[in-house]
Design a protein around this ligand. Structure first.
Ligand code: 9MR
Length: 630
């Protein structure tokens, strides 16, 4: 029996989203039906976890912390949620002794005539925080040569020094932040072939001494600040994070605050300070920052950060914006919005270009279950509330993503008894969708249900309910949001193959059972080498034949090695053309706005480059949309 909706939570009226916090009667009715409820357990006590409460409602954030204009940013009300310790290695790993060497063997290499290199006399090390660890690495080649070596990744504050006799010494003084089991890996290269490699990890166990005052207090540091490009006369916010390996919270200072600027400690994250100012001249702006130790104020570190300020004219494009061209065609053109873009230095230009070009937006990450419901009874809605407010101010419709997915799940749901997972799913769908049902027009109800071989993915949802989890989620989604378009969103379905075959079988089964499916989301994380356009066209047609809509939900085209921007543009152009040629294709969304923040940033896959300049891919998409013969 489930009644997952908390009708009694009338305190939500103070919240901007309060009007969507209460369920419709239709939704409640559907939940009764879905849960087989006999009507006898109408109290919220029957919920497995508490729904959103007053403590979960976002509050207004002071403008000094964001770049937003046109909408009010809210933030989570409380302090940071305690971070669940992600224990990578345990005492048991340490006690098991030195891990086995990991080999990399080039194709066709004969390992019987050439044995791999190894290291002389290594063992795991145990040390107290504050003590110096010194480990000498002496690589050995069974064939008698001298192997080279390098550390895979240095531990913070450590060094790997050449002794100029074929050995190197690892030196590290771990501090409070390092308490636990740490791993350090060195790779030796075989002198006969440097692709023939042996990697040896050692574990270093760091414990806190009885008297922690014996641990040296070190100067704090400033976390890395990536280069950014902003537009002159836009507000800029820079979140600066101090790090102290002693585990204290550094104090950050800006000796020469930009004129009219503010510098405030973050209300939720004590180690973060936020600089806000408006640059009024173009050029490279350099700002000095001091990180001061909170225990010994004489201990400081000084660093400079710089940003590039461009004239407004640098961000203009020629021709009509994409959304203007799409609107004429009744097409939605959209993007996945970087979570909290208004907290980035370039948040203002990000928002402006998004508003100019797109009429549809998906939260890239903020609606994932681990973000929304990180602990039982705890909810984090601020980032999604802000996305919705932004969308309203920019006259965009919102695509909800994802409701039920196998990834980005909070630990608590992964660990829930399988017998309770169905009820948890129902409670989650109801809480998420009822909050946003008036704002979201399209939902990815089920994200990525299929495995590569076409079987259903082995998610907790599938483990608990088998294939019926899909039907249950859709039925409930329709009941909560009867007017929304409900999608399955999947990748690798643009070409023939086991996944596409399985998708069509799944659709057929769902339709035979009257499951309310409205469309298919094609993700399309392509590389420039993608050329299966005939198969893509055919798969579009198969979706259309089934009376379903097509949404291109996550389009990006990564630059394969050596590929050109023109090749990238051509893939975009062909995808957009196929969409325009298919009447059931309702939307095209790129997975991000700028290469600066793409999840595949290293492959520069989007329409705007890292400094927000429109790329050939943009011009290509614009050209197809403007071409009235298509
Ligand atoms: O772009 C998203 C990235 O920032 C996240 O780290 C990742 C995990 O949550 O998800 C990425 O987005 C995925 C989307 O939600 C579902 N389809 C695949 C996308 C790329 O991995």
């Amino acid at each position: 029996m489930i009644i997952p909706l908390h009708m009694s939570q009338s305190f939500l009226i103070d919240n901007p989203r309060a009007r969507v916090a209460l369920p419709s009667l239709a939704a409640l009715f559907a939940l009764f039906v879905l849960s087989g409820c006999d009507g006898s357990s109408g109290s919220s006590d029957s919920s497995l976890t508490a729904g959103p409460g007053a403590d979960d409602q976002p509050i207004a954030e002071a403008p000094a912390f964001n770049t937003a204009s046109g909408f009010v940013v809210v933030r989570e009300p409380g302090p940071r949620l305690p971070v669940e310790a992600t224990v990578e290695y345990t005492d048991a790993d340490f006690d098991a002794g030195l891990p086995a060497i990991v080999l990399q063997v080039p194709d066709g290499f004969d390992t019987t005539t050439n044995l791999p290199p190894n290291f002389d006399n290594l063992q795991n090390v145990s040390v107290m925080a504050g003590e110096l660890v010194e480990v000498v690495y002496r690589p050995v080649d069974p064939e008698g040569e001298l192997p080279g070596m390098f550390p895979e990744e240095l531990l913070q504050g450590s060094s790997f020094d050449d002794n100029f006799d074929g050995t190197k010494t690892f030196r590290w003084r771990p501090l409070q932040m390092d308490v636990g089991i740490n791993a350090f890996t060195v790779t030796a290269l075989d002198p006969a072939n440097d692709s023939y490699r042996a990697s040896q990890t050692i574990f270093i166990k760091v414990e806190l001494p009885d008297d922690p005052s014996t641990i040296p207090n070190v100067a704090p540091m400033l976390d890395e600040f990536r280069p950014h490009t902003v537009r002159v006369n836009d507000p800029v916010v820079i979140e600066l994070k101090g790090i102290d390996l002693n585990g204290d919270t550094p104090i950050l200072e800006i000796p020469d605050l930009p004129v009219g600027g503010s510098f405030n400690q973050h209300p939720r994250f004590a180690e973060i300070y936020v600089l806000k100012f408006v640059p009024t001249t173009t050029g490279t702006l350099t700002i000095d920052v001091v990180a001061r130790d909170s225990i010994d104020s004489a201990l400081t570190a000084e660093e400079s950060i710089s940003i590039s300020v461009l004239a407004a004219s640098a961000f203009t494009t020629t021709g009509q914006p994409l959304r203007a061209l799409a609107e004429v065609r009744d097409l939605r053109i959209g993007f996945a919005a970087l979570q909290s873009f208004y907290h980035r230095p370039d948040g203002a230009i990000y928002a402006d270009i998004a508003e100019r070009e797109f009429n549809f937006v998906t939260p890239e990450n903020s609606m994932k279950m681990d973000q929304i419901n990180p602990e039982p009874g705890r909810f984090q809605f601020a980032a999604t509330d802000n996305l919705v407010s932004f969308a309203q101010s920019a006259d965009m419709t919102v695509h909800g993503h994802p409701i039920i997915w196998y990834r980005q799940l909070p630990n608590w749901i992964e660990q829930a008894p399988l017998t309770q997972v169905e009820q948890h799913m129902s409670e989650y769908i109801s809480r998420l969708m009822s909050r946003y049902k008036d704002d979201v027009t399209v939902w990815d109800v089920i994200n990525e249900p299929l495995a590569d071989n076409g079987s259903l993915r082995d998610s907790i949802w599938h483990k608990a309910m088998g294939e019926s989890y899909i039907d249950k989620a859709f039925a409930q989604a329709r009941a909560v949001a009867p007017d929304a378009q409900l999608l399955i969103n999947e990748f690798d379905i643009s070409m023939e193959g086991p996944k596409a075959t399985a998708l069509f079988a799944l659709i057929d089964r769902m339709q035979a059972n009257d499951i309310p499916l409205d469309g298919i989301g094609f993700q399309m994380h392509f590389f420039t080498s993608f050329d299966q356009f005939t198969e893509l066209e055919a798969n579009f047609a198969k979706v259309a034949e089934r009376d379903l809509d097509i949404y291109i939900t996550e389009l990006d085209v990564s630059l394969a090695q050596g590929a050109t921007l023109a090749q990238q543009a051509s893939v975009y152009e062909r995808v957009v053309s196929l969409c325009l040629a298919q009447p059931r294709c309702k939307a095209i969304q790129t997975w991000g706005l700028t290469d600066q923040y793409s999840f595949r940033s290293i492959f520069d896959p989007l329409l705007f480059n890292r400094s927000y300049q429109a790329k050939p891919a943009y011009t290509a998409v614009q050209g197809v949309l403007a071409d009235t013969t298509q």
